[in-house]
Design a protein around this ligand. Structure first.
Ligand code: COA
Length: 398
């Protein structure tokens, strides 16, 4: 039998040897954590594709509903499959009465992302049998559709309830994008505005294993139900280094105030080692293709509507120009969050605290696809660590 001191020494020795054999990669940068067939990025060329289809083509030719089915099932649906899915979503727009009451019980100052996460978690209580052991059963598939469908209703409801107004009931003959705008504003939006918003939903629907999707996958890998998985993802998306950046971009552009202030503002910020919101991405070493499309959407909208470009947009263009000069050598360019807020606030008239929830409702399609892929080929995520704490030591007994 070893003396306690010797045992402690041996254990310490083992720990050190074990640590030396591992390399720590901060933020798991470039570490493949899964195999996935859902989407792909070429970060050098600035290309994003869902199931092999370029987002440029999807934005031009598809709809959010069709894209969601593509992500979940792997192929573009037939016309019948698409119309069946559309009516399934429409029949599930309505939120359960008790979930509605839950929203009324929350403080009106609550951030919509916290509200959304709470509501999605609570929804699991209505689907106790939706789970990883039956990912393809009608019951579980129905739960996945319910999540995607209700995300839009929940986000729209909170835009009303948080201001003390009754929610506007969903309209079961409208598309996902059209119905969302209707529930927020109480009137039908113009078809070209709906088309533009639908394109934004497509652009945000999926993006390989970013932080929130990874978080959804980690939760799924424990065989937790899809509600828990999506709730984890919503919480992760809310941070300003991820989806929450779109809110900060708008605040930043307002603080800069006008194009002429952009350069000194950015220089000061970089000198203080602070990030420029909406810039930089782990995967892209060039401009994020979604930012390119969103910027063009604003330009096309301005041209069509005959208005002049807004001060906010002019400021953003100048910020991009200055950042290209100062940050391109680090591979830092605009990401998806850089231009989305301008569209959301100036064209669709959403207030900034709803930008990230709108991102989340679009991304629910991607999360649902990843939940299914994960539980269908599951291995629980359980990485290891490099221990940096104190040596093994005796507990002081006196
Ligand atoms: N503003 C200024 N500098 C930035 C920057 C930004 N937005 N993003 C990255 N950089 C710089 C870093 O300071 C670092 O410089 P250094 O090598 O001199 O230290 C270099 O570029 C590499 O950045 P790093 O922090 O290692 O990149 P990352 O892959 O770990 O981080 C983000 C990626 C998205 C978290 C980061 O770019 C960021 O914080 N962006 C702002 C928040 C944002 O818009 N998030 C939404 C992402 S879709």
């Amino acid at each position: 039998m070893l003396k306690p001191l010797v045992a402690v020494d041996l254990l310490f020795q083992f720990n050190k040897t074990n640590n030396n054999m591992k390399e720590y990669i901060p933020g798991l940068a470039d570490v493949p954590a899964t195999e996935s067939s859902i989407s792909s990025i070429d970060g050098e060329k600035g290309i994003l594709a869902y199931r092999g289809y370029s987002i440029h083509d999807l934005v031009k030719h598809s709809t959010f509903e069709e894209t969601a089915l593509l992500l979940i099932h792997g192929e573009l649906p037939t016309a019948t499959e698409l119309s069946d899915f559309q009516s399934l979503l429409q029949r599930r727009y309505e939120v359960k009465r008790k979930i509605r009451s839950l929203l009324w019980a929350l403080p009106s100052s609550g951030h919509p992302m916290d509200v959304l996460q709470t509501a999605i978690t609570a929804m699991a209580t209505f689907y106790p049998d939706a789970g990883a052991s039956t990912p393809d059963s009608a019951y579980t598939q129905n739960a996945l559709v319910k999540i995607i469908s209700n995300m839009s209703t929940l986000v729209a409801m909170w835009t009303r309830i948080s201001r003390g107004y009754d929610p506007i009931p969903p309209s079961n003959d409208m598309t996902y994008a059209e119905n969302f705008m209707y529930m927020c504003f109480g009137e039908k939006a113009e078809p070209e505005i709906v088309k533009l918003f639908d394109a934004c939903l497509i652009l945000h629907a999926e993006h390989t294993i970013n932080a929130s999707t990874f978080s959804a996958m980690v939760t799924a890998s424990t065989l937790a139900n899809p509600f828990s998985s999506v709730a984890s993802a919503v919480g992760t998306l809310s941070g300003p280094l991820h989806g929450g950046a779109n809110e900060n971009v708008l605040a930043m552009l307002n603080e800069i105030g006008s194009a002429k202030n952009a350069r000194p503002w950015i220089e000061k910020r970089l000198k203080n080692k602070e990030v420029i919101w909406g810039m930089g991405h782990r995967e892209y070493k060039t401009k994020d293709p979604r930012a390119t499309i969103l910027e063009q959407m604003i330009k096309d909208y301005v041209k069509k509507s005959g208005h002049s470009t807004s001060n906010l947009f002019e400021t953003a263009l100048e910020v991009e120009k200055v950042c290209e000069e100062l940050l391109a050598h680090k591979g830092v360019y605009p990401n998806v969050d850089f231009y989305s807020g301008i569209l959301y606030s100036e064209v669709f008239k959403f207030t900034k605290e709803h930008f990230t929830p709108i991102f989340a409702m679009a991304r629910s399609a991607g999360w649902a696809a990843h939940w299914h892929e994960q539980v269908s080929h599951n291995k629980i995520f359980r990485p290891t660590q490099i221990y940096t704490g104190s040596d093994f030591r005796d507990y002081p007994t006196q």
